[in-house]
Design a protein around this ligand. Structure first.
Ligand code: GLU
Length: 292
C-alpha cells in the first residue's frame, strides 16, 4: 500500500465524489492500494517552511506504519526541486518518497500528469527505490532529489537532472532533524550579472543569516562584489547562475566563503538554511556542503 500526499499541484483532474480518484489513470489502483492526504492546495511558489515541516512530520509518522510501503507527493513544478531536496535532507525513512507533477493542465492534448503520476506510484511501490533517498519521477525519468532541476519554463521534460552524480548523504543518514526546530533561518540569493548592484547584496546581508551568490561561470563576480563579500560577517556560499558544473573550492575568489560545489543556487539556499540550524562555523559549513 502507498501514501499519496498531495501538495501544490495543477496537473491532475479528480472526480468530485472522490477527489483522489485520478480520472484517466484508474490503473493506479491496480498498482497499489492508495490512501490520499491533502497537506495543501497552493501554487508551489507560495510554499512555506511550515508546509515543509508539516509534510516531513506527516511522512515520518506514516512511515512507521507497516502497511505503508512508500509515498508519492504531487507538487507544482516551479519549486519541486527545492521541496524534493528539503525532504531528502529531513525525512527519516528508507521507504521510497517520490515527488511528481505536471507541465500541462489535465485538459491539454499533451497532458502529462497521469503518466508522471503512474511512474511515481510504480516507483514508490518498487523495492529498487528503497533506501535511495527522495526521488523525482518525471517525463519517463526517475531522478535523485540532489540532482533534479527545472530547466525550462514550458518544455514537457522541464524537470530533469543537472547532470551531476555526486553521492550525497540523505534521509536516515542525514544529521538534520526538524523535529527540534520551529523556523529556518533566512537566506537570500543574490544573482550576479554585468554591473550588478553590490548595494543590493549589502541590503540582503542585513536582513539574512546567510547569503548564496549565483555567480557567473565558475562562481565569479566583480571586484566591487568581492569587496562587499570580504566585509560580510554572515556565511556566504558561492554557486553558479549556470546551474551546472562544480565550483572548485580552491578557486574561490573570496577567502572564508564556502563552495556550493555542484548545488545550484536555490538548492544551496535550502542546504544553508538547514546547516545554519547546526553551525555558523565556516569549516563545518564547508563539510556539510561536501557531504550533502
Ligand atoms: N506555478 C505552478 C506551480 O509550480 C506551475 C504549474 C505546475 O507545475 O503545476 O505550482
Amino acid at each position: 500500500s502507498g501514501q499519496f500526499v498531495s501538495g501544490a499541484t495543477t496537473g491532475f483532474s479528480s472526480n468530485k465524489s472522490n477527489p483522489f480518484f485520478i480520472v484517466g489513470a484508474p490503473e493506479l489502483s491496480e498498482t497499489a492500494n492508495i490512501e490520499a492526504i491533502q497537506i495543501c492546495n497552493i501554487n508551489s511558489d507560495d510554499i512555506t517552511t511550515q508546509i515543509w515541516f508539516e509534510l516531513v512530520k506527516k511522512i515520518n509518522d506514516l512511515a512507521k506504519r507497516e502497511d505503508v510501503a512508500g509515498f508519492v507527493i504531487t507538487h507544482g513544478t516551479d519549486i519541486m526541486e527545492e521541496t524534493a531536496y528539503f525532504l531528502n535532507l529531513t525525512v527519516k525513512t528508507a521507504k521510497p518518497v517520490i515527488v511528481t507533477g505536471a507541465m500541462r493542465p489535465p485538459t491539454a492534448i499533451d497532458a502529462d500528469g497521469n503518466a508522471n503520476l503512474s511512474l511515481a506510484v510504480r516507483t514508490a511501490a518498487s523495492q529498487d527505490a528503497y533506501g535511495k533517498g527522495v526521488l523525482v519521477a518525471f517525463a519517463g525519468k526517475v531522478i535523485p532529489a540532489r540532482h533534479v532541476q527545472k530547466y525550462s519554463a514550458d518544455s514537457l521534460d522541464a524537470i530533469t537532472t543537472n547532470g551531476s552524480d555526486t553521492p550525497s548523504r540523505h534521509t536516515l543518514k542525514s544529521e538534520f532533524d526538524i523535529s527540534k526546530i520551529k523556523e529556518l533561518p533566512k537566506v537570500s540569493i543574490i544573482y550576479f550579472h554585468a554591473e550588478a548592484d553590490a548595494e543590493l547584496l549589502e541590503f540582503a546581508a542585513k536582513r539574512s543569516e546567510g547569503i548564496v551568490i549565483a555567480g557567473a561561470g565558475a562562481g565569479e563576480f566583480s571586484l566591487e562584489f568581492a569587496d562587499v563579500i570580504n566585509n560580510l560577517e554572515i556565511p556566504v556560499v558561492i554557486s553558479t547562475r549556470t546551474n551546472s558544473g562544480n565550483i572548485h573550492p580552491e578557486h574561490l575568489i573570496c577567502k572564508d566563503t564556502i563552495s556550493a560545489l555542484t548545488l545550484p543556487p536555490a538548492k544551496a539556499a535550502v542546504l544553508l538554511r538547514l546547516a545554519l540550524c547546526v553551525t555558523t562555523d565556516r569549516a563545518e559549513l564547508a563539510r556539510i556542503f561536501w557531504e550533502y
